[in-house]
Design a protein around this ligand. Structure first.
Ligand code: HPA
Length: 241
């Protein structure tokens, strides 16, 4: 039997839930003992099927900027691993640093900068991250985006703790380091998922151009505008993985 595909849904990505059959919801409180505090993160686990494929969606995540440790925010990944998930899709909203990117672009992550992230691992957990994201999943996502007519990029994600957005000087520095998008999540989860031997797909939706002034409301609206395209993308993706 195929193992379920696990999802961690970032800011505004909850729209995919509407496609689910045999849906069963459990609030985070019942699993993790508490919910997430962030607007746009509903804080529930939803199991079900999308076109016959079993999925476990974690709608909402924990962030280090809410006061959780790097290890704490990866309890979602550890939970999915315990449920038998071998392939995990980690989604987020992100600001574009690459000047070629546009709001609404899907960014398929091929690498990430961990320099500003405290590791969720400790002791002798010397995790190799030279292929942090799975090449097969990257290829499948690329195909699914083409089929869905969705503009996509392949890029590098950089994590900052936040919750403040970056200054212009920060953004210049991050771009100089080689980052294409910036966000406040994903990296601790990807480190943990690698450690647990999972195959990982990282997806960011460009919700704002980092060099243009913006706020959290705009971030949520940008994801909402892409809901239909993302729905088609996920249907195609789940047929391929
Ligand atoms: N910076 C950091 N995190 C973000 C951004 C941003 O510009 N947009 C969405 N999440």
């Amino acid at each position: 039997m195929n193992s379920p595909i696990g999802f961690i849904l970032g800011s505004g990505w909850g729209g995919i839930i509407k496609n689910l059959q045999e849906k069963k919801e459990t609030p985070y409180k019942n699993i993790f003992g508490h919910s997430t505090t962030v607007v746009g993160h509903s804080g529930k686990t939803i199991t079900g099927k999308i076109f016959g494929r079993s999925v476990i969606l974690l709608s909402g995540r924990f962030h280090t900027y809410e006061g959780y440790s790097s290890s704490d925010v990866t309890k979602t990944v550890r939970y999915l691993h315990e449920q038998g998930v071998k392939k995990i899709i980690i989604t987020s909203a992100a600001g574009a640093l690459n000047p070629k990117y546009k709001v609404g672009d899907l960014v398929i992550l091929h690498d990430m900068i961990t320099l500003f992230c405290q590791s969720p691992l400790s002791g002798n957990q010397f995790q190799n991250l030279s292929e942090a994201f799975g090449q097969d999943l990257i290829n499948s996502a690329q195909q699914a985006a083409i089929q869905a007519n969705l503009c996509f990029q392949k890029g590098v994600y950089v994590y900052l703790k936040g919750p403040h957005f970056e200054t212009f000087a920060d953004k210049m520095a991050l771009r100089f380091l080689g980052a294409d998008v910036v966000g406040m999540s994903t990296v601790p989860e990807v480190i943990m998922a690698n450690h647990l031997g999972m195959q990982i797909l990282g997806l960011s939706l460009v919700t704002n151009l980092a060099f243009v002034k913006h706020d959290h409301k705009e971030v949520l609206q940008a994801v909402k505008n892409q809901e239909q395209n993302l729905k088609r993308f996920f249907i195609n993706l789940l047929k391929n993985v």
